[in-house]
Design a protein around this ligand. Structure first.
Ligand code: SF4
Ligand code: SF4
Length: 326
């Protein structure tokens, strides 16, 4: 069992109860798909444990079923593509086109350097032509911190990719092409204020590289998978869990992303979020796949499967794929 799930800390669900919070689903608005575990990078904090040697991916049957189900949830407005590096999936573009043809906002969770991988030479242009929103991870505006977390040379590649996206109109006013950046702390601490850090990023990236972007999302490192192993190795797991628990924020809890999102895994399994997916905690604790449902909005009546790592979403200002919550 995952060390965090087994830890004798205060139960997350009991904490919700103590605060009088009953978290039910709201209408399904976001369909998030982990297209592939493959990635050109292998970051130290990666909760997917992605890397160049991983090859799990949604198969062609799964892509067809996803496209069919996009029409079966009236409140659905966003198709959120993640991985690994989603661009490396052979049907990435087909799925993007299908989402855009239905009027959905399509998000590409892009690690930036993938845009320079062989076979990806025209990906940036494709994203711009389709009006895809790019959410790009950049854990710092200095080379030292980025290279430490993501690998040697990644900072330089990320800056080159941001410049290329800016040249296509991304992150520039009036273009309609959204470019958001994602920050996560390096080490066992909570993110700083999203608004203040966004100002720092804006200033530094502008002054140093003439780069512009729309928003910065701060995300808390989840005590699971690769980051969990790091915490255990460094003897910091208990202190980090305590930090998350001590900073439980009821207002953040009300906004957790599992209320209006469903996460789809490589095998077509459905999950409350991709953290649960990586831990093998199935949707509301019941194995459900793309083929077990007739409509996507069927899941709106399902319970949500909470566990101890959920404290990572509710600590401080809260954390989600769209940044802080409170
Ligand atoms: S770029 Fe993203 S998916 Fe790839 S290894 Fe890093 S954190 Fe994981
Ligand atoms: S980890 Fe997942 S299930 Fe838990 S609160 Fe966060 S989004 Fe919800």
């Amino acid at each position: 069992m995952n060390a965090v799930l087994a830890a004798p800390t205060r139960s997350f669900t009991r904490t919700l109860q103590r605060h009088g919070i009953a978290l039910a689903r709201t209408p399904l608005e976001i369909l998030q798909v982990n297209l592939t575990a493959r990635c050109n990078l292998a970051c130290t904090h990666c909760h997917v444990e992605s890397g160049p040697k991983r090859h799990e991916a949604v198969d062609a049957r799964g892509i067809t079923r996803l496209i069919e189900l996009m029409d079966t949830a009236p409140a659905l407005h966003t198709l959120d593509l993640t991985g690994g590096a989603p661009e490396l999936h052979p049907q990435f573009r087909e799925l993007v086109r299908a989402g855009r043809a239905r009027g959905l906002k399509v998000i590409d969770r892009c690690n930036l350097t993938v845009l320079f991988e062989p076979g990806q030479e025209d990906t940036a242009e494709f994203l711009a032509a389709q009006g895809v929103a790019v959410v790009a991870s950049l854990p710092c505006y200095t080379p030292e911190n980025v290279n430490k977390q993501r690998g040697k040379g990644v900072f330089g590649g990320s800056i080159d990719a941001l410049l290329r996206l800016n040249a296509l109109g991304y992150g520039t006013s009036g273009s309609g092409l959204e470019l958001d950046l994602v920050y996560n702390p390096i080490g066992a601490k909570l993110p700083p204020s999203q608004a203040l850090l966004e100002n720092d990023y804006r200033q530094r990236l502008h002054d140093d590289f003439d780069i512009t972007f729309n928003q910065l999302f701060t995300i808390t490192n989840m005590p699971i998978k690769r980051f969990l192993h790091e915490l255990e190795r460094d003897g910091e797991l208990d202190a980090y869990m305590q930090l998350l628990i001590d900073n439980f924020n009821p207002r953040a809890a009300l906004g957790v992303m599992c209320r209006n999102l469903v996460s789809v895994g490589w095998d077509g399994g459905l999950y409350d979020c991709d953290f649960n997916q990586m831990l093998g905690i199935e949707l509301g604790h019941a194995r459900t796949t793309l083929w077990d449902i007739a409509r996507l909005d069927e899941i709106e009546t399902r319970p949500i499967a909470f566990a101890q790592h959920c404290y990572g979403c509710t600590a401080g200002a809260g954390s989600s794929c769209g940044g802080s919550l409170a």
